[in-house]
Design a binder for this molecule. Sequence first.
Ligand SMILES: [Zn+2]
Ligand SMILES: [Zn+2]
Length: 425
Amino acid sequence: MCRDMYILFGPPGSGKTVQARFLSQRLKLDGISWGDIYWGTKFNKKYKGQIAVIKKEAISDRTRSKEIAKIIDKEIGSLTLRNKGGKRGLVLDGFPRRLGEARLLLKICKKRGYRIKSLIRINPSLDFSANRFKKRLFCEKCRAYYDELNLPKKKGRCDLDGGRLSHMDISKESVAKEFNTYLDECLETFEYLKDYADIFFDVTGDDEDMVISSNILIKIKNRIRENYSLFSRKPSTSIMTKYGSFKLVPYQSRLDYSYHLALVKGNVRDGKRVLVRVHSSCITGDIFGSYMCDCGEQLEESMKRIEHEKRGVLIYLFQEGRGINMINKIQAYRLQRNGYDTVDANEAIGFPAEMRDYRLVKEVLEDLGVKTIRLLSNSPEKINKLTDQGVIIEEMVGVEVEPRKWNRGYLLTKKEKMGHKLDVS
Ligand SMILES: [Zn+2]
Ligand SMILES: [Zn+2]
């Protein structure tokens, strides 16, 4: 019999262990968490010698990976013994991290009768990850952690060993360091395992745990395999603009021949922390300079900033009026004149407030060699949607523009109803 293996990836602070637990409960599967083995008291006794070796800084990554894989293999072995004819599969988290570990895992799968059913990558933005980390309580003895969904039985004390719980004093810089180590190790590993997995996908980590877990289940049910490319790159050129020179790269959809544009500044092929603006077209704002919204000014500001850094990408998506078309947008404006706000107006004419599609973004960034970004945006919703597509966001860079008397109401709605980070009142 061949059992299914689900593997969860995610940086520290992504909540992957919590998600692994949810998933194994929902699908009635076994669960093995490398974090639990590494930090937990129970396993620390069982694998005392080996874990002491793994914790040594002096050993090579290769040796460390081998030792970790041995423990994982043993744990999986004991599961298959315990569950003869029992559970159909296993949820694994925290392993494999390095590429060598992925190779070892394939051997373990073969030996123990598993196939890789699903690779799930939880993808929070760095800011969100850091916040989640700060909220956690850590046991001073065993480093086990607790949060809102996993409260200790006795307040302030660890369930495992009664150790004192405290907030870890951790700076954003050290979370960033952990985040980057994770990226260095896991990006490659995830890509490598894709060839062996039945399905693989990203989910945003910028959300409540319960939302993330239902998102994971939905994507598993829909059997998402996110390696198809929907857009193809067409020949590019350079243009000089009033902000500076940019390379203009068009991308065309293979489905409906619609197209979108990327304006590229400088060398982005090295790939990390690239300043990126994802801008949805707004004819009234971008072309006519309308003050009914702030799109035109945001576009201008973004191009200025990218030019200033001499490096960055502006992705211009042709999707008018947050994904509703121009005629509907004008109708929505008419309603706004009668006292509706931008969210209510869209809903009144039968559209959700936000129906933009960001699938192209990941493809464009991958095509350009960009691995992680600093996103020029005020919208947490946009971050959520992009991370859900697998875009890795290290920072949110605000693009605030001066409110005008014609768009103050519009900006206020964005702030209050759509959670935008704006300084308007
Ligand atoms: Zn403890
Ligand atoms: Zn606009």
